[in-house]
Ligand binder design. Sequence first.
Ligand SMILES: C[S@@+](CC[C@H](N)C(=O)[O-])C[C@H]1O[C@@H](n2cnc3c(N)ncnc32)[C@H](O)[C@@H]1O
Length: 307
Amino acid sequence: MGRGGRATATCCRKRGRLTWGASETLLSPGAFTSLASLLARRSGLLFEKKSRAMLERRLGPRLRANNLPSFDEYISFLQENPTEQDAVYQILTTKETYFFRQEYQLRAFVEEIIPHLAEVNSVNKRITIWSAGCSTGEEAYTLAIMLMDCPALKGFRTSIIATDLCRANIEAAERGFYRAGSFRAMSADLIAQHFTPEKGGYLIKPALRRTVHFSQGNLMNARDVRAVGRVDVIFCRNVLIYFGEAARQSVTALFYERLLPGGYLLLGHSESLLNAGTNFQAVHLEADLVYRRPSIDDSSSRIKASS
Ligand SMILES: C[S@@+](CC[C@H](N)C(=O)[O-])C[C@H]1O[C@@H](n2cnc3c(N)ncnc32)[C@H](O)[C@@H]1O
């Protein structure tokens, strides 16, 4: 093998197929460690040793697209190049999402958390919700639909902010065009109410489109997180599951800071802060366990919290 993990072979045949041709490039164990630690620092994403072949396979084409001969050179380039970082995040992140995902949790949110917050915020009549790691926007639009006719919020100003690491996801969310898979848990009536059929899918109607403010933002970047402002509820579902422990802790601490006292954090069904040593309180709702930043006035709280 040549220097920097570049194979000297110009062409090889595997199972009768020609592969990679002139620039078969390998991710050496040393380069893997540098790449995994760069990705962990910048994006929070955790890649364990067993992911080496996957990273090599998925990022190999990026070396060739940028005309770089080895992973060592590619990693130096990646470190300094935000456009390339975006391309890598687009390749490596899991974007799976759909409307009304984890509906039991959304119901608990609307039926238990919202009435409580409406009572607490009855003077300023404002509620701000953040979908952090919103992918292509289905979660944020679902929240907007569920809150539209919520009796507890009559007379309230509701803001929904949605952010994601990948610019392409935000652009897709802003376009609001979705294929059938996104609607797998949504009723035909609601689809007809909020979307117009278009070739190959459905386009969001302007009234729903206007209810969410989207922007690109990295949860590992404190400046991006603080740009969101202070909020009453954070939905960060199925995002931290892909993070390493240190990244999870630093993002959780930022969430605590960004939540107004008494505000709620809702995670995905396989994510937990139990035993994570945070200041969040666990709150047992009828159908779910959520987390809450304690409020100064907790003695009057009607929602059962346990530290
Ligand atoms: C599996 S999707 C979850 C989408 C939605 N929250 C849901 O539960 O349906 C994970 C999303 O987290 C985003 N993500 C990963 N790392 C991130 C980071 N450091 N900052 C912001 N978003 C991130 C990915 O781009 C991806 O769109």
